[in-house]
Design a protein around this ligand. Sequence first.
Ligand SMILES: [Zn+2]
Length: 261
Amino acid sequence: MVEIILLSLFIIIICIAGIKTSSLSYSGGAAAFVCGEIIAVAFGIRGLLLLGAFFLSSSLLSRYKASEKNQVEEITAKGSKRDWQQVAANGGPAAIFSMANVSDPHEIWLICFCACLAAANADTWASELGVLSRGKPYSIRSFRLVQKGTSGAVSLLGTLAALVGAAFIAVISLALFWGIGAFALIGITLSGFVGSVADTIFGAYLQVEYQCTECKLKTEKPVHCSRTTQKIKGWKFVNNETVNFVSPLLAGLLVLLIYFL
Ligand SMILES: [Zn+2]
């Protein structure tokens, strides 16, 4: 009980710090608190430290060369300040597997939880570092060069960043939860990476994309140049958050499948 109260205080401090440093909006801070509490109850301080490794590395990377990325933010619907939908998309699947562990404690839920964070981390690292790639990225749909920041765009740098981002979480997972064993290191890295690849594929085929009728820019924003943009591809309800929710969930389910096989 004392432990949970102390952890709750710790979570509140982190959330306030996130809001103060503009990494989180107010709603994002509230969502991070809820996810943090669920994870703390399920996996204690070590679960929070793993979540912290994801948030800290992602926030630092989104600051890195921020001015070069401004151009890309015109295309993506949101800036670097995370709101509740973005937090729920990134942290939701991890919270789901945490709840599974609370109701039915088993090591596999912990591995699923780690895989979720590995996928979210792979995805964030890929987009934050991928946009810094020198050349234009390729669309995995048309295999043509496209604008940076377009959903479904891939570059070598971004793909490598995804792999390293997944491995980063896997290594920290093993350091924190020694009992999961070396095999989990491979399982978490692999499923985290596959999750982020799935994210790119969903992004390319299903994620909604609009085009500005005024300046012709392709964007995820429903309004640009003060006008309603025109939908040119994807499903209206599949936005960046939907895609970001599905990829960690898939990573968690994939590692669950590997475990049972
Ligand atoms: Zn425009």
